[in-house]
Design a binder for this molecule. Structure first.
Ligand code: TUI
Length: 316
């Protein structure tokens, strides 16, 4: 695998599969399970402070000897202390989302950390490459949470043509078919969030997992479009409330407050009505809660089978 797949080589994993770092939903148990199963597990700093993140990193290290990463949201109120902590801890991979990551990449790179900005357009991908990113995660608007405007299907090949560093596809991928499709478009790896939320090891409230398993592709709507920070989540009372706020012209900060507070309510308290149940459009494909190693094994099996039948593509 390491000889030909650049993403597996850079990440030091068996497979080029990254677990999306999801605020509140990614934790040491899920992260370690993904890394132990041959993928790359990710903690998410979300709006955490450095002290709390440091405890999560420490705990993850007791659960796996393999590489793992941390997602950093550029909107974090603790951005600079988090970056300093990551430099000190030298985690293997840092993914950077929800904003312009240019100003923190240099610091992470000089500590020898692999840096992968999450990008939603060709221009952002070019910028990431020019400031020294090791790879980009091209996230289509099928993804859950904060999203851009372009679909994975359209974004990945355009990004792959525009840059030389590897492209990891995200948004709308939950099985080996999705992974194979992403590779056909020029990706060399995939990142998945929704699929890993519905794993045995993910520590979100059981209501969250059950709601996701029952959801259809039409339930994962976009809330807060007018705020400039659209969020994909399952339709409920909260999304209707956000619609009303938008119609009266509420500011982004006001909507963000109820969306971010709502994510904690959904994940921790299991409030499926007033919580923000972030999920990607692929939720309709996710029909059962299974262990992480089964998710990864069946995905690789399906991917390999597809490429054997189509006589092309290699993971190793
Ligand atoms: O960040 C995500 N997904 C997220 S963050 C999040 S927490 C949150 N909750 C409420 C409000 C805001 C955040 C939940 N889900 N994905 C990565 C991603 N990044 N998607 C899109 C982008 C992005 C968007 C704009 C990256 C860069 C950007 O602007 C770059 C620039 O140059 O300004």
């Amino acid at each position: 695998m390491h000889s030909e797949n650049r993403v597996s080589r850079i990440l030091n994993t068996d497979y080029p599969i990254i677990q999306g770092g999801m605020a509140w939903a990614s934790d040491p148990i899920l992260t370690a399970a993904v890394s132990n199963a041959g993928g790359l597990g990710m903690l998410a700093s979300g709006s955490m402070n450095a002290e709390d993140l440091s405890l999560e990193i420490e705990k993850t290290r007791t659960l796996t000897e393999r590489a793992f990463g941390v997602n950093v949201m550029m909107l974090s109120p603790h951005l600079h202390e988090i970056i300093d902590l990551l430099v000190q801890e030298r985690v293997h991979l840092v993914t950077l989302g929800a904003g312009n990551s240019g100003k923190v990449i240099g610091k992470l790179k000089s500590a020898g950390i692999v840096v992968a900005p999450v990008i939603a357009s060709v221009a952002m991908a070019r910028r990431a490459e020019s400031v020294g990113a090791d790879m980009v995660i091209a996230e289509g608007m099928e993804a859950g949470g904060h999203i851009g405007r372009v679909t994975t299907m359209a974004l990945v090949p355009q990004v792959a043509d525009a840059i030389q560093i590897p492209v990891v596809a995200a948004g709308g991928i939950a099985d080996g078919r999705g992974m194979a499709a992403a590779f056909c478009l020029g990706a060399e790896g995939v990142q998945m969030g929704t699929r890993f939320v519905c794993s045995v090891e993910c520590q979100v409230h059981e209501n969250y997992k059950e709601r996701l398993v029952k959801a259809s592709e039409l339930d994962a709507i976009i809330a807060g479009v007018g705020s400039g920070h659209p969020i994909r989540c399952l339709r409920n009372s909260l999304t209707r409330k956000i619609d009303v706020m938008e119609k009266r012209g509420a500011e982004f900060e006001e909507i963000e407050r109820i969306a971010v507070g709502g994510l904690r309510r959904a994940v921790k308290e299991g409030d499926m009505d007033n919580g923000s149940v972030m999920a990607g459009q692929i939720c309709g494909l996710v029909k059962e809660i299974v262990p992480v190693d089964k998710i990864i094994r069946s995905m690789i099996e399906e991917f390999t089978h597809i490429f054997r039948d189509h006589s092309g593509g290699s993971l190793s």
